[in-house]
Design a protein around this ligand. Structure first.
Ligand code: SAM
Length: 231
């Protein structure tokens, strides 16, 4: 996600001026710190969600005070507690079940937020990855292994991309991958939403409401920012 900060994410935040930002999936907190720097200087708040953050949460809370809250848990358990969100980053468990249901939970908010999603291109557009396979109901969990991925090879391999995490044993097919989850959600929702995509660095997608005149203006501006980024 950090790769998109200066040319896409930060310009969009400056334009949209969100009050409440939700980040699902923090890892070492690189994007989290960027978001906190934005939140502190714009009087907004970041609520981060991660069952296993890899940074000193106590220290970051001391530095950023009221601007920061971190909920240690799975997104699908924590998101129902969230009452409002202007901008949401979905960069947690990169599999169909999690992303599809995260979007379904966001759909229940009073206003659908602007949603950034990472990993909507190869290798996880059409292939599930599981940080926590035990958190996915068995009927949605594809066969998986801690083996790597190579372009244009369906089977997992020794030594390929991201071999330290649990990857689905095969690519494509129903209910497999992050982009598939986005497409399935968009095909079903009754909301008028628009999808923007940057294709580099494993892909960034942005979903935005596109109903009112103002929302359509916002979409046009976001489209300009994404196009100008060249990413
Ligand atoms: C790809 S990393 C996040 C990278 C981070 N957004 C960045 O830009 O630097 C994924 C993170 O999501 C967390 N995660 C995995 N499953 C999750 C879930 N169901 N809910 C929330 N976070 C989850 C993992 O613990 C990990 O820290």
């Amino acid at each position: 996600m950090i790769y998109f900060w200066s040319s896409i994410v930060h310009p969009i935040l400056r334009y949209m001026k969100p009050s409440t930002i939700i980040e699902v999936g923090c890892a070492q907190g690189l994007n989290t710190l960027n978001l906190l720097s934005y939140a502190q200087s714009h009087d907004s708040k970041l609520i981060a969600i991660d069952p296993a953050p890899q940074f000193d949460v106590t220290l970051v809370k001391q530095v950023y005070g009221q601007s920061f809250d971190l909920k240690e848990g799975y997104s699908l358990q924590v998101l129902p507690e969230i009452e409002t969100a202007d901008v949401v980053f979905l960069d947690g468990d990169h599999n169909w079940y999690t992303v599809y249901h995260e979007l379904k939970l966001l759909e229940k908010l009073e206003r659908f937020p602007l949603v950034f999603l990472h990993d909507t291109e190869w290798p996880y557009a059409r292939r599930d990855m599981y940080y926590f396979p035990e958190s996915i109901p068995p009927s949605y969990r594809h066969p998986h292994a801690r083996k790597g991925i190579l372009p244009d090879i369906n089977e997992l391999v020794d030594g390929g991309h991201n071999e330290s995490v649990w990857n689905a044993a095969y690519e494509n097919g129903p209910r497999n991958g992050v982009l598939t989850a986005v497409e399935d959600f968009l095909a079903e929702t009754k909301l008028t939403l628009r999808l923007h995509r940057a294709h580099s660095q494993h892909g960034l997608s942005i979903i935005m409401p596109n109903e009112t005149v103002q929302e359509r203006e916002h979409n046009d501006k976001v489209q300009q920012i994404v196009a100008a980024s060249g990413l």
